[in-house]
Design a protein around this ligand. Sequence first.
Ligand code: SF4
Length: 691
Amino acid sequence: MEKHMSVCPYCGTGCKFNLLVENEKVVGVEPLNGITNEGRLCLKGLYGYDFVNDTKILTPRLLHPMYRRSRDADFERISWDEAIKIAATKFSEIKSKYGPDAIMTTGSSRGCGNETNFVMQKFARAVIGTNNVDNCARVCHAPSVAGLAQTLGNGAMSNSIQEIGETDCLLIFGYNVADSHPVIARRVIEAKEKGAKVIVCDPRKIETARLADLYLPLKNGSNMALVNAFANVLITENLYDKSYVANHTEGFEEYKAIVSKYTPEYVADITGLDPDDIREAMRIYAAAPSATILWGMGVTQWTMGVDVVKGLSGLALLTGNLGRPHVGVGPVRGQNNVQGSCDLGVLPNVFPGYQPVTDAAIRAKFAKRWGVASLPDKVGAMVTDVPHLVEHGKLKGYYIMGEDPAQTDPDLTAVRKSLAGMEFVIVQDIFMTKTAMLADLVLPATSWGEHEGVFTAADRTFQRFYQAVPPKGECKHDWEIIAEIATAMGYPMHYQNTQEIWDELRELAPKFYGATYEKMEGLGYVQWPCYEVEDAHGAKYLYHGNKFERPSGKGLLYACEWHPPMDQTDSDFPMILCTVREVGHYSCRSMTGNCSALQTLADEPGFVTMNPKDAKRLGIKDRELVHVSSRRGKIITRAQITERTNEGAVYMTYQWWIGACNELTGENFDPTSKTPEYKYSAVKVEPIADQ
Ligand code: SF4
């Protein structure tokens, strides 16, 4: 049996293990002592490997290029030469007819390495000539990136995953740790066992709420009001660190003026919380020698997502919980390389290493290295802009790599309409996803397990992963396919291996320069920023010496007025739908749905959970089929009745193919990050007669 070292392709914890291979098939995994997992793995890490083997449980692997000569025609198998020629010709035609900004591209955060993402953003900028490049962070943690960049200077976790077990207080806000990042949940238990206080803020009684010292079941949609009230308590009860605020922050007077009205009593109706509990939470948080705030999509997937992220960072600034070990702010990233996609400039406003596209000197540096006269200076489109841009005739071509917007993006009717409205759509993937079914050209890429590279874990940790088995069928590496299309479009792009790409990145992104392949060999790792090769592991935590990467060098205290969610319940749609995670399945389920053990454990991960009182009122029994409808669509799913769900709200995972909950979600976006308000859609739930 062969052993090949890898990094888990699922969540952003970055767990390391060996893939066990027999006769070119992955047959198991063996946990390793990686820096983030220290020998632990969860359900998905242990049993989520066999999709690589083309199990055909949910859908078969894509093995050769396929093309539809018209939208009414079936896909037919074509050669790689023909596929590359079609892609290059169609994109060249669209570019010359409508201009480069008529083409949109995506990177991929699911099993695609940093090198592939680097090549995709280079293709968009240097070959097409547009900053229209984005990734799925847009629909999850983009508010964390934007919010933290504004208040602290870096859009990432300030401290490290291994420090979570060492902190004295954990404020867990809108983050279902146990289902989203089970190995990080172990760190929470570790901290608790060592005496840490745990505060959980979540409308649903999630698993972590069971071990909380204080559980705050706030009403859906009241995050900003609660964060303002937290700040109010810290200030009015003199619990904040005055010296830290004076020396390392700015904006205090304006901040204090805004939060002054948000007393615990004032927000009691908005949040549904007892004012004494709000006060107690901040007394615990401020008294702890070290305190860490962790959050997930319960904070970000709102129209106030960026504001709440900024508000949470304000609590850490007020109490001096930054710039030292075991403290900080932790947006725990969902997909395994979503931090990497952002780091590598698969964003419409920055080059790799978070260097702005609007900076002429930065553009000149990249243009010189890439051998082009100039690079686009206008911030590009975001993936959630796509339906609107297509409707207005501004987007005509789409190159989608390893993403499945027809399953994962909000308002699927609008998404399907936008794909149909494009002149040419390429989907490059490992499975025939719902989006691939709507494409013109489908390109088969190698899967995780069949290629190598570097992933970034949620805490800025770069780790290498290695190829374990040969590519299936005619699959090619993503970066090779992109380079071949670039070359056919008249921009010669030739890389021999991923290290060549990585070294080009290091040369162009000073923050990553010290992260060499050699240092990351085997169980090696580097956390960015790492400016020097001599710096062994980079930065375990950010903001040493309380220097924030902002023009003033100080952290920004920020608060704003709360407003309710955009979609409103009424007598037709009286309940709130919130989309959530399920421990055994992942993203659009193309990977976990093709893993035999995971599929056996949960073959219908599309249930709608509801409170027993709501179920009784509506005449719905546990496991019965129900209709769920919103102002945008109607689906069929199965009810799961549980006390953990709060009254008036229902929760659905977004993995089920038949009744995808995103048929119901809407296009209400955060104004800065354009992240959808997945956490709040007005719906109606009805029993189905004659089941
Ligand atoms: Fe994989 Fe995340 Fe589980 Fe670790 S915690 S094994 S990275 S899914």
